[in-house]
Design a protein around this ligand. Structure first.
Ligand code: G4P
Length: 533
């Protein structure tokens, strides 16, 4: 197959949701359609149950499972679909944000009873920032839930995106009859079945036809006619170009558990979802069809065996063809590396591959060469932009419990933060280490892993910071003045950039007022934001 055809047949996306909305169930059903798994129940949920926050074995198990389910590839109708898994647990949100840099589009799962929840809003902010195309799947229609119009209004309000339903539910919960596929003009009647793959659709050329009444009864038929008329009046026809630019999200209704509405979603997905896209670099936009290989690392996973500190770096291929045992340039450290055992992930099987193409995600065994965000290239060296750091929400100072082990501690915390477990900020004087995370769980993970993998013990002392802000300025003088005046709140990030640790929203807004020439950013992605706008 030609290089161009290989690129065009790939679709790389992530499924995001608030925990429990049905992401794991939907993933599994998609794999069933692709024939990648044979039975339901084969994909393990990678969520940590709430009760397990201090159960370290559970954390270890979670890490194991999430390696296995990090990427799931399968073929469906001549399309190679790569699903990148995102952790459901909110303490791992940063991991999800980074994974979103490696996808070309997203399916957002919403529970029809809960609607848009807080974590979904955050994830969508990241999608909006990168103009990632989104398809919404409103799940659990077999249960009592909210009115479909209300849900659509809420999506538009809370997620700041226009929506366009492509299917419409008939009844809900007890009275759920099925969905009318507006896109194709057919009816799909619901019949609860957790293992079957959906049934035939019933063609309804004309909604006014009495055939509709025969299938769903006169009351539901009339309601459907009215609602579809309303939908067509209120929402514009879907313009695929607006979906691709992240302005409009097509919406489907269904029930992942009952395998209902999933195939419609998948069929539309392969029809409209974007092919592998290029990425911005410091040498301009790198297009997938460039013949020289390039890619970036968006996730690093420590292996489960603590005695061997090897890790798997997950690399998204942006351009060219990746080949096994060929030397590539590691741009940050200006070093040539080759990989003897690059792996691909087909559903749950890992296998060594000889080549891979744009859109693919491969696993590279690493002994400590990579940091999140690193670039590999075949041709001239350049760096991809924008594996962002987001402001952590919890800050603690790391203190060494055993001065004899400070080297181990130093190395351990460096490696763990390279892996993206948490962010490390250095505060002067005294090289003090402030660790920032989005959840408490990370501190437990760090303590545990420092102890078991590096034989170092530490204590965390809570710090009362509210946000970490990266800064840009139109006046170097004003920035210098700010850094001097707020010296005790200035730390440096992993790349040596100064970061302001604000103690409260009030202190942040007063800094903004006093120093109008400085812009305070809550993500380190400000460089990318500018180049994208
Ligand atoms: P997540 O990955 O987004 O966290 O959600 P997951 O798929 O694990 O689903 C969360 C719960 O919702 C599961 O039940 C799952 O069976 C259920 N669920 C998913 N889709 C549907 C649906 O369409 N209808 C209904 N009624 N339920 C659905 P659980 O009891 O938490 O787990 P389990 O014991 O069933 O695995």
């Amino acid at each position: 197959m030609s290089f161009q055809k290989e690129i065009e047949k790939r679709r790389t996306f992530g499924i995001i949701s608030h925990p429990d909305a049905g992401k794991t169930t939907l993933t599994e059903k998609l794999l069933l359609f692709g024939g990648a798994i044979q039975t339901a129940g084969a994909v393990k949920s990678n969520k940590i149950k709430k009760t397990a926050t201090s159960d370290f074995m559970e954390i270890e198990k979670q890490r194991g499972i999430s390696v296995a389910t990090s990427v799931m590839a399968f073929n469906y109708r001549n399309t190679q679909i790569n699903i990148l898994d995102t952790p459901g647990h909110k303490d791992f949100a940063e991991d999800t944000f980074r994974t979103l840099t490696a996808v070309d589009s997203v399916i957002l799962v919403i529970d029809c009873a809960s609607g848009v929840e807080s974590q979904t809003e955050k994830l969508m902010e990241v999608c909006r920032m990168r103009k990632t195309p989104v398809i919404v799947f409103i799940n659990k229609m077999d249960r009592e839930g909210r009115d479909a119009f209300d849900l659509l209004d809420e999506l538009e309000d809370k997620l700041s995106i226009k929506v366009r339903p492509l299917s419409w539910p008939i009844g809900i919960g007890e009275t759920f009859k099925g969905v009318y596929n507006m896109h194709r003009g057919n009816l799909n009647l619901f019949e609860g079945s957790k293992t079957n793959i959906a049934k035939e659709n019933i063609e309804i050329d004309n909604l006014q036809s009495t055939v509709l009444d025969q299938y769903i009864g006169a009351d539901f038929a009339n309601e459907l006619r009215e609602e579809v008329e309303l939908v067509n009046g209120v929402y514009d026809e879907l313009a695929v170009s607006q979906y691709l630019s992240g302005e409009v999200a097509p919406v489907f209704f269904g029930s992942a558990l009952n395998n209902f509405g999933v195939q419609e979603l998948l069929n539309t997905f392969i029809e409209i979802a974007p092919k592998p896209r290029g990425r911005e670099s410091d040498s301009g936009l790198i297009s997938p069809s460039d013949d020289k290989f390039s890619g970036f690392v968006f996730k690093i996973h420590a292996n489960l065996d603590p005695k061997h500190r090897d890790r798997i770096a997950f690399l998204r291929i942006v351009s060219g063809k990746f080949e096994r045992n060929k030397f590539y340039q590691h741009s940050r450290v200006e070093k040539k590396l080759k990989f003897a055992n690059p792996t691909s992930f087909m559903a749950q099987d890992k296998s060594v591959i000889d080549e891979a193409y744009p859109g693919d995600v491969i696993g590279l065994y690493d002994t400590g060469n990579f940091k999140i965000g690193d670039t590999l290239t075949e041709g001239p060296s350049f760096l991809f932009k924008g594996i962002p750091s987001f402001s952590p929400e919890i800050f603690k100072e790391l203190q060494n419990n055993d001065p004899m082990k400070s080297k181990q501690l130093e190395k351990g915390i460096q490696q763990l933060t390279d892996e993206g477990v948490a962010q490390l900020f250095i505060k002067q004087p005294g090289n003090r280490k402030i660790v920032g995370t989005v959840g408490e769980l990370q501190f437990e993970v760090i303590q545990y892993r420092l102890k078991h993998e590096y034989s170092a013990e530490c204590t965390f002392v809570p710090k009362n910071y509210f946000k970490a802000c990266w800064m840009t300025t139109t006046s170097e003088e004003q920035l210098a003045e700010f850094l001097k005046r707020k010296a005790s709140y200035i730390v440096s990030d992993k790349d040596g950039n100064p970061v302001f640790l604000a103690e409260s929203p009030w202190l942040l807004s007063s800094a903004e007022q006093d120093f109008p020439e400085i812009t305070f950013h809550k993500t380190s992605e400000f460089k990318l934001e500018k180049s994208y706008l």
